[in-house]
Design a protein around this ligand. Structure first.
Ligand code: NAD
Length: 568
């Protein structure tokens, strides 16, 4: 069962508990197994192998962003090496932008070998076996077995001559099992009949781990933009050519592929030795050990990669059935057949291969593109005697760095003094790498060399290495000037401060000028208008007085009052 969203954005920044909380499709048993620190109790461990004295836990992480056959998958990896999951997720994200990976798998056919010695005539024995093939197959499949009921069982018997030996291959469909036990049982059961039919002596009767009838294939196609440009594609093609032609390079190239395939196999309780043996034998099938993958450029200039290898994996039987963490990892994946599991492993192997090649071809010793810097202030520590400090870097969220190698030892400084540490990417695997998350941890050591090596929030710091190409090669563009602060000026008093602020505003100044102009105009016009009104008024009164005098209706006193007004 694939998931709705394999991106889980920001997943790497969370702590393990918060990450588990996002795996909402898991059963309570699976979540408990994942959080149990290894998941295997001593009694179960003691039943699995001999002479048990303990068990070994490995970190289980999830590769994100995978789109395979149009569906989204979260892929569990169990592995002790850092950067593997980050690199696989990074390529999965790039591939997702171009449609993701496609897979196809053969039927789950395993090969059981029967070695027949001292055969009087190998050609005659071969003819007899071929003539009896149907009855031999019927005999082999005539047992009560779920595998056979589900359509599995022996399908063919083939004869080969190797030196003076007759070698029989039982081709057995093992359905969703890895199939080793089922095939071994069949080979043992048929041995007496083979001796009788061939006149020879059967020595070995056992599964072949070169599961050449059970190939898984995956392919991917990425645009130049998705992978980092045409130069990167050209570099990858040259790197792939090197691996195809040279076994020394091919061994490391294929190891990169198996970084994913074995890690998924281990997480899901698979027999990873069987997977490794099959993969490397297939890589040498032509007579020269070579690359498991092929890379080319298509007509549109896109990078095309494909991988083909035998993958004998199962989702029933083996450790996938008994180990609680393996069961939880199969639940994370949610595959419903062994073939689907094989396809996903092949796709993850191809992604890992591309991630490793991309990192190798894009790394430039002179560029020093990516770096980290941490700084701190030496603390006041209430301890007897001086302390020295060791600096550690980890990509995992760990509670202690006890078993890790420090980056720097013997650091010290006065309380309150600044200190810092810069690190720049190099070609070495142990160096920091782009788009990865690191924790730097400072651990105090006392004069006799004691320390608790514990990682606490106060002594650790997480850093993501971002792409610094542009800031390294070109000065960054000048940032636009910041807008004037929208903070009121509180000078001598808030009122006065605001007034001063307002004086600085253009609109306020314009409004002030208009106000002053109106005020001055009024100052001149208003007295003139008042004066004009009074003159007019006198004229009217005088006119009225003259008229009254002419008519003889006005007294001399009233006429004199008029002259009072006149001489005001
Ligand atoms: P197994 O012995 O548990 O067999 C699978 C069982 O599951 C069978 O009984 C089968 O009938 C049953 N079954 C139920 N549902 C099934 C389904 N849908 N499809 C198929 N079978 C189904 O497991 P196995 O796969 O035969 O053997 C795997 C184990 O053998 C691994 O642990 C491996 O390490 C070990 N082994 C490996 C080698 C080798 O690689 N050379 C040799 C010996 C043993």
């Amino acid at each position: 069962m694939p998931v709705d969203d394999s991106c889980l954005s920001g997943f790497y920044r969370l702590d393990p508990e918060a990450r588990r909380a996002l795996l909402t499709h898991l059963s309570p048993e699976a979540l408990e197994a994942l959080s149990s620190g290894g998941g295997l109790d001593e009694a179960s461990a003691d039943r699995m192998i001999e002479n048990v004295v303990g068990s070994l836990a490995l970190p289980v992480g999830i590769a994100t962003h995978f789109i395979i056959d149009g569906k989204q998958w979260l892929i569990p990896f169990a592995v002790e090496e850092s950067s593997i999951i980050a690199a696989a997720s990074n390529i999965a994200k790039r591939a997702a932008s171009c449609g993701g990976f496609s897979t196809s798998c053969d039927e789950p056919l395993m090969i059981g070998q029967i070695q027949v010695l001292d055969v009087p005539s190998i050609p005659e024995a071969t003819s007899v076996i071929q003539a009896e093939e149907a009855s031999l197959i019927e005999f082999l499949n005539d047992i009560p077995s779920t595998m056979i009921q589900l359509g599995g069982g022996c399908k063919r018997i083939e004869c080969r001559q190797v030196e003076d030996m007759l070698i029989l291959h039982l081709i057995v469909d093992v359905r969703d099992a890895m199939g080793a036990n089922a095939v071994n049982t069949m080979a043992e059961r048929i041995a007496p009949r083979i001796e009788a039919l061939t006149g020879g002596r059967v020595l070995l009767r056992i599964l072949s781990n070169l599961a050449s009838e059970r190939l898984a294939r995956a392919s991917v196609r990425l645009s130049p933009d998705a992978i980092g440009g045409e130069d990167v594609i050209a570099g990858i093609i040259d790197a792939a050519r090197f691996a195809e032609a040279d076994p020394y390079r091919a061994a490391t190239h294929n190891k990169g592929i198996m970084n994913a395939i074995s890690a998924i196999g281990l997480a899901c309780g698979q027999d990873w030795r069987a997977i490794e043996a099959g993969a490397h034998a297939w890589a040498a099938i032509s007579g020269q050990y070579s690359s498991l993958s092929t890379w080319s450029i298509d007509d549109e200039g896109w990078l095309c990669g494909s991988i083909e290898l035998p993958l004998a994996v199962g989702i029933v039987g083996g450790a996938s059935k008994v180990h609680p963490v393996a069961r939880a990892c199969l639940e994370i994946l949610g595959v419903d057949s062994a073939q689907q599991l094989a396809g996903i492993m092949a796709a993850a192997g191809l992604a890992q291969n591309l991630g490793a090649m991309r990192a190798l071809v894009t790394f430039d010793n002179n560029s020093k593109l990516h770096s980290t810097r941490i700084s701190w202030i030496w603390p006041e520590i209430d301890e007897e005697g001086p302390l020295i400090w060791n600096l550690y870097r980890t990509q995992l969220t760990v509670s202690s760095v006890n078993f890790m190698a420090p980056l720097r030892t013997g650091l010290s400084g006065e309380a309150g003094e600044d200190a810092w540490f810069n690190e720049t990417e190099s070609g070495l695997r142990e160096s920091i790498h782009l788009e990865q998350y690191y924790y730097y941890v400072l651990i105090p050591i006392d004069v006799v060399g004691n320390s608790d090596y514990l990682v606490r929030p106060g002594n650790s710091r997480g850093i993501v290495v971002h792409d610094q190409y542009w800031s390294y090669h070109f000065p960054p563009p000048e940032p636009p000037p910041p807008p004037p602060p929208d903070v009121p000026y509180y000078g001598p008093s808030p009122w006065y401060g605001r007034l001063l602020d307002d004086f600085g505003m253009g609109r306020f100044q314009q409004a002030g000028m208009v106000f002053i102009a109106v005020f001055l105009t009024n100052l001149m016009l208003v007295p003139m208008m008042i004066n004009k009104y009074r003159v007019k008024k006198r004229k009217v009164r005088r006119e009225k007085a003259r008229k009254a005098k002419r008519d003889g209706t006005m007294s001399t006193d009233e006429f004199a009052d008029d002259f009072d007004d006149f001489f005001d």
